[in-house]
Ligand binder design. Structure first.
Ligand code: 9MJ
Length: 671
């Protein structure tokens, strides 16, 4: 290829890639498959490697810096970056509305409402459509230069698209980290002994202040534009809604929740709506921002002490509060695992009174250096169990160390911690009433035997009264016994008997899951049930044989085999069957449509979780494995399929995208 041709080709590829990035990140509507996108990138890299002189810093191949910066330099914002004044209740919102109406001498005001992202505000300067610098807010006038890190965020365009691109444009927005990204990051950090972050905001801030952009590139950061600063171009932006629309047209991601609101009542309804959505959003928000929509009115109102008078943040109650740790109690689980639970001085977090928080395990107490009597930050995000985020060391006085007991608090049996495990366990097994109770709670749960109306309180009561010792005793309970219990009338007793009766008809996989074997979740139970088809065959399976099943590791295989070696467990199974528990035997495996066919799943599936896809294939007689070899019948690929997909092409194995896969499992025939 000649230089001229290479330049043209590279330019066309860059434009295509920018366009596909835009469709993916901004419009959330990808129009090509990930591997096709990867091919375009690869082609561009090839050309740029052959003709390095045509590389420019805004090429999509150039997101990563060559070497770390030595220090974050200062950057002056062209127009100061303002912060927002806050309100915390409806009265304050009404005062804000009244104040600006009076000031503007108008009867009604048009607002723009948007979520208040809880991340880090940044300012990105584009000149003639190219990203030049990016900086933190700093003191509002001077920020820190984080251009090298902002460039690693895929959804931030390195060059703008569309029409009427200003000669100079400051884009204002927030960098956030999703809850999922935050959890993954902290797990990785924990595994490699690195810094664990207290919340997604701190993680985003820490990531943006890295000197080495290769570290930032590994961090799951997102960006949303919420406004502009200085701009210079021949486009007249007259209201905030137009600005957001225009930013999106220029290729910048904008929150999809923003809405034009015509009065204070609509603002209050918007606040209420966003508040109910809060826990379902992928990232933290700490309130809602209302902005006077008309730019001319914004100018008229101006600003005071670095905060615009035309905007307000209506904050949500915080997700984190400070309280005192009164004690640490131990809960014994179904498998004997001892979980420390924090007893807290009651505190209202995001509208809910919190008295307990999970401490996960002993290691977590050590790692977070938590002592009884400490003042701690408690966080409650969405439906997540409240947890202790950290300790306020400065407030520490008169504290005591938590010591893991050597004996089970429920049954007095020894507590052991096996080498390499973080979990301490009671070795009491079924003599431990706590383990027994938890095992019965698990047996009755929805995904197991699904015994409607048999909750944990009732099970504890039945256990304490000596009415049930094993799960099989549940089916021996009489209506008279039940109606004599606390908060149980004749009608509820009758309902429970009916529910118990109904639960007898089950499936092999549910039954197996209900046994509560360590490491055997629903997916594993299904795999085993699909493979063996009968409880007798499972009982006879050796550890060696179980290990050969895809996704069953040596520990799970040992646990399954060990469980069925126990005479006591076999007796319980026998009693359950005698009590009338049954399931229909599936048809012979050889008659299933995909019998003996082997599948590999690769890439992220968007139609259904990978576990489910796997289960569906197993149910139809197929096998699912990890490695691509000549023995594989189909490779099913989702987004970012990577090397397994490439290997399949190399070996000439048939590949199926998600759509064809769905068709195949629905029709139960090969495509
Ligand atoms: C956040 N944090 O989501 C503003 N913000 O506007 C939104 N912050 C802001 N707007 C002017 N949506 C100053 C700050």
């Amino acid at each position: 290829m000649q230089l001229e041709q290479a330049t043209k080709k590279a330019h066309a590829l860059r434009q295509l890639i920018t366009q596909y990035n835009y469709q993916y990140y901004v419009l959330d509507a990808p129009s090509i498959m990930d591997h096709e996108y990867d091919q375009l990138m690869r082609k561009l890299i090839e050309i740029e490697t052959e003709f390095p002189e045509i590389i420019n810093s805004n090429s999509p191949t150039q997101r990563l810096g060559v070497s770390p910066v030595t220090k974050l330099q200062e950057v002056k914002h062209l127009l100061p970056m303002l912060s927002l004044a806050n309100v915390f209740n409806e009265d304050e919102m009404h005062s804000f509305d009244t104040r600006i109406k009076e000031e503007l001498c108008v009867e009604t005001i048009d607002f723009s409402g948007e979520t208040k992202l809880d991340g880090l505000a940044v300012n990105i300067l584009y000149k003639n459509g190219l990203l030049i610098t990016a900086a933190t807010r700093g003191d509002g006038s001077l920020g820190e230069d984080i251009t090298h890190n902002i460039r690693t965020i895929q959804e931030v365009p390195l060059s703008l698209i569309g029409e009427n691109i200003p000669q100079s444009l400051e884009v204002r927005g927030e960098v956030v980290m999703t809850h999922k990204g935050f959890a993954t990051l902290n797990n990785t950090q924990r595994d490699k002994g690195g810094k664990v972050f207290a919340n997604p905001r701190n993680a985003a801030a820490g990531s943006l202040r890295q000197l080495d952009s290769r570290v930032t590139a590994e961090r799951p950061l997102s960006f949303f534009a919420f406004g502009i600063g200085d701009y210079n171009g021949n486009i007249n932006l007259t209201n905030h809604t137009n600005i957001l629309r225009q930013l999106k047209l220029w290729g910048l991601p904008v929150s999809s929740e923003s809405k034009r609101l015509s009065n204070i009542h609509e603002c209050l309804s918007y606040y209420a709506k966003i508040k109910t959505m809060r826990s379902r959003l992928p990232h933290d928000i700490d309130g809602v921002v209302f902005k006077v929509n008309e730019i001319s009115q914004q100018h008229q109102l101006g600003f005071v002490s670095r905060a615009p008078r035309w905007a307000i943040a209506y904050k949500f109650p915080p997700l984190e509060k400070i309280t005192q740790l009164l004690g640490i109690e131990i809960q014994v689980g179904r498998t004997g695992a001892l979980t420390p639970v924090a007893r807290l001085s009651p505190v209202k977090v995001a509208g809910v009174l919190i008295t307990n928080a999970t401490l996960h395990n002993f290691d977590e107490i050590k790692r977070k250096d938590i002592k009884i009597g400490d003042w701690v930050y408690v966080r409650r995000a969405g439906d997540v169990i409240p947890e202790i985020v950290g300790v306020i060391k400065e407030k520490r006085s008169d504290v005591s160390e938590f010591i893991m007991p050597s004996f089970c608090p429920a049954c007095g049996a020894d507590v052991v911690c096996q080498d390499g495990e973080v979990v301490y366990r009671c070795i009491g097994g079924l003599i431990c009433s706590a383990q027994r109770t938890q095992a019965i709670i698990h047996f009755a749960s929805r995904k197991a035997m699904n015994i409607d109306g048999l909750g944990s309180k009732l099970i504890v009561q039945l256990n304490e009264l000596g009415l049930i010792n094993t799960v099989a005793d549940l089916y021996l309970l009489s209506q008279e016994q039940l109606s004599g219990l606390d908060r149980m009338g004749i009608k509820s007793a009758e309902n429970l008997i009916t529910a118990l009766e109904k639960s007898k008809k089950t499936t092999l996989e549910r039954f197996l899951y209900a046994m509560g074997i360590r490491e055997v979740g629903e997916a594993t139970a299904l795999t085993i049930a699909a493979k063996y088809q009968s409880i007798t065959s499972i009982e006879q399976a050796t550890t060696k044989e179980l290990k050969t099943i895809p996704d069953i590791g040596p520990i799970t295989a040992f646990n399954i085999n060990h469980f069925f070696q126990q005479k006591y467990n076999l007796e319980i199974i026998q009693s359950l069957i005698l009590a009338g528990v049954y399931w229909e035997t599936k048809s012979d495996a050889t008659s299933l449509p995909f019998c003996d066919m082997v599948f590999v799943l690769t890439g992220s599936l968007s139609i259904m979780p990978r576990d489910e896809a796997k289960q569906r294939l197993l149910m139809l007689g197929g096998k699912v494995t990890e490695k691509v070899s000549k023995k594989i019948n189909y490779v099913i690929y989702g987004q970012n399929p990577g090397s397994k997909y490439e290997r399949a092409i190399e070996l000439g194995i048939k590949t199926l995208n998600e759509e064809s896969f769905m068709k195949m499992i629905e029709k139960k025939v090969e495509p």
